[in-house]
Design a protein around this ligand. Structure first.
Ligand code: NDP
Length: 494
């Protein structure tokens, strides 16, 4: 199937919360969902609040008993069915997500592949997620994994379907029910996906309440009848979610920001390294926590590398998101656009040098959107532009001469989500990887995501791991049962 056309997407006029298998009316009215690039109204989405969250949590609690008792073979089959359905409907959903987020349509091939793989991975992983059993003196010891209950899951706007799959797949596989709060800026594909789930899952197993974070999101994390909090987004809101979990003694997983170093050793093929680096800082419009936005380049090749990096940046096609040849498109909204441009001003004031880019570009027919040039900034490692998450298509470039020095530079940030290394010397690469404070290190191939590879952050990048068997640990708790064959003899305690 080829790319869906805009005419094919056929959106509903409005999307209320999806609760107990049905789309209903939100208690607090609707919010406009806008095409990020051209500003046109796409649809209206429910402004979820306390009342909707209450209904959703009630539905999820009611569904929990049956769902958690469903045979794992059956849950596995249903997850495969979700993957098949997502695959069959992907072209339309990709186009919806493209218009909603402003990201280039071609990128969604990867997003949807990862999302489908997630459902398939957990459909299989749950079948081998076994407890243990062994004889002990006069009896038997059993350890088993039990689901937690209702999971409150909150996700951001940058990669809606990847985030949905990361949250839903392990939680459902483990036997939990859930309430998902997507970001109000990009949730139309998720609302459409929820309608497809209504034909696959029992009522109440998955509920989706769209709306503002401060309303629907806050009501969800504060709800007394949820049993686990899972959040992806900024460190600021992540702290709040973590604090709530602490006060309520709830298990929590947090996937927060990133500012990944991408280290270039002098032995690389420069053309190949430039290509990998360019993908690493511009994909997702730069709106991702995993991007390699701090390029640390060895002094011996620095000048040639920068020259080629700039030449490559000049070739990147900025254009209409729905055009398959576009490589950089619109940021999510004006707030994000101004935030990114604001960071370039900060960089200039700090004395960093913008070597290329730094400007907003107008794309005819899409004047509403914030299209930003790929931007290369020469910066000192301590500068804010090299320390803080920008979430736009920009990378800092910094020279290094000594391996210990570059490892120190790479680690000297509050984040630790991902890192990249480019070298032909595998020994050097692995030795460096071992010393980096990052949850994922990609050698010679930036964001090389593989199912089953734990994904999550060190330091302020978060708590917990997704995308892997470990995620099942985060959505279950262990129960130990020790069974003695007989009661002890009478009087044994005298
Ligand atoms: P937020 O952390 O504010 O948003 C993430 C999610 O949390 C959204 O669904 C949001 O709702 C929700 N939320 C916001 N406030 C609350 C709250 N009080 N209680 C519960 N949920 C809440 O990120 P932003 O969208 O504001 O982006 C700001 C910056 O964060 C970005 O520039 C980027 O640096 C970083 N970020 C990191 C991401 C990552 O993947 N690690 C993803 C997105 C952003 P809603 O937006 O609908 O109001």
């Amino acid at each position: 199937m080829g790319t869906a056309s805009i005419a094919d997407v056929n959106l509903d006029e409005k999307y209320g919360p999806f609760i107990n298998g049905e789309v209903g009316e939100p208690a607090n009215g609707y919010i406009d969902a806008i095409n990020a690039a051209n500003g046109k109204l796409l649809a209206k989405i429910g402004r979820g609040g306390q009342e909707d969250v209450d209904r959703a949590v009630k539905a999820a609690n009611a569904a929990f008993k049956d769902w958690s008792n469903t045979l794992i073979e059956e849950r596995s089959a249903l997850l495969h069915k979700i993957a098949d359905t997502l695959e069959a409907n992907q072209e339309r959903l990709k186009m919806i997500e493209c218009m909603d987020t402003g990201r280039a349509i071609h990128e969604f091939d990867l997003d949807y592949q990862l999302a489908v793989y997630q459902f398939r991975y957990f459909a299989s992983a749950i079948l081998t997620y076994e407890g243990t059993s062994r004889p002990v003196q006069n009896g038997h010891l059993i350890t088993k994994k039990e689901p937690l209950g209702v999971c409150a899951q909150i996700i951001p706007w940058n990669v809606p379907m990847i985030m949905t799959a990361f949250k839903l797949a392990p939680a459902l596989a483990a036997g939990n029910t859930l309430v998902l709060k997507p970001a109000e800026d990009a949730c139309l594909s998720i609302m459409e996906f929820a309608k497809l789930l209504a034909d696959i899952l029992p009522k109440g197993v998955v509920n989706v309440v769209p709306g503002y974070g401060t309303e629907a999101g806050q009501a969800l994390i504060d709800h007394p009848n949820v049993h686990k909090l899972a959040f992806t987004g900024s460190v600021e809101v992540g702290r709040l979610v973590g604090k709530t979990a602490g006060e309520r003694i709830l298990p929590v997983t947090l996937e927060l920001g990133g500012k990944a170093p991408h280290i270039v050793f002098p032995d690389v093929d420069i053309d190949r390294a430039v290509e990998n680096a360019t993908l690493g800082y511009t994909f997702f419009n730069g709106e991702s926590c995993i991007l390699g936005t701090r390029l640390l380049i060895h002094d011996d090749i620095y000048d040639e590398f920068i020259e080629k990096l700039i030449a490559r940046a000049k070739e990147i096609k900025i254009g209409d998101p729905t055009d398959r040849s576009t490589r950089l498109a619109s940021l999510i909204n004006e707030k994000q656009g101004k935030r990114v441009l604001g960071y370039f001003d900060i960089a200039r004031k700090e004395g960093a040098k913008i070597l290329y880019g730094g400007n907003r570009v107008t794309v005819p027919g899409n004047e509403h959107g914030y299209f930003i040039e790929p931007t290369i900034i020469e910066a000192e490692p301590h500068m804010r532009i090299a320390q803080e998450e920008i979430f736009g298509p920009a990378a800092t470039v910094t020279r290094w001469r000594d391996v210990d020095e570059v490892i120190e530079m790479a680690n000297d940030v509050e984040y630790g989500l991902a890192a990249g290394i480019m070298t032909e010397d595998l020994e050097k690469a692995l030795d460096t990887a071992n010393k980096l404070e990052a949850g994922s290190v990609w050698i010679n191939s930036y964001f090389n995501f593989q199912s089953g590879a734990p994904f999550g952050g060190y330091k302020n990048s978060g708590v917990g791991r997704e995308y892997s068997q470990e995620a099942l640990d985060h959505y279950t708790q262990s129960k130990t049962i020790v069974a003695a064959y007989q009661l002890p003899p009478a009087g044994f305690f005298k």
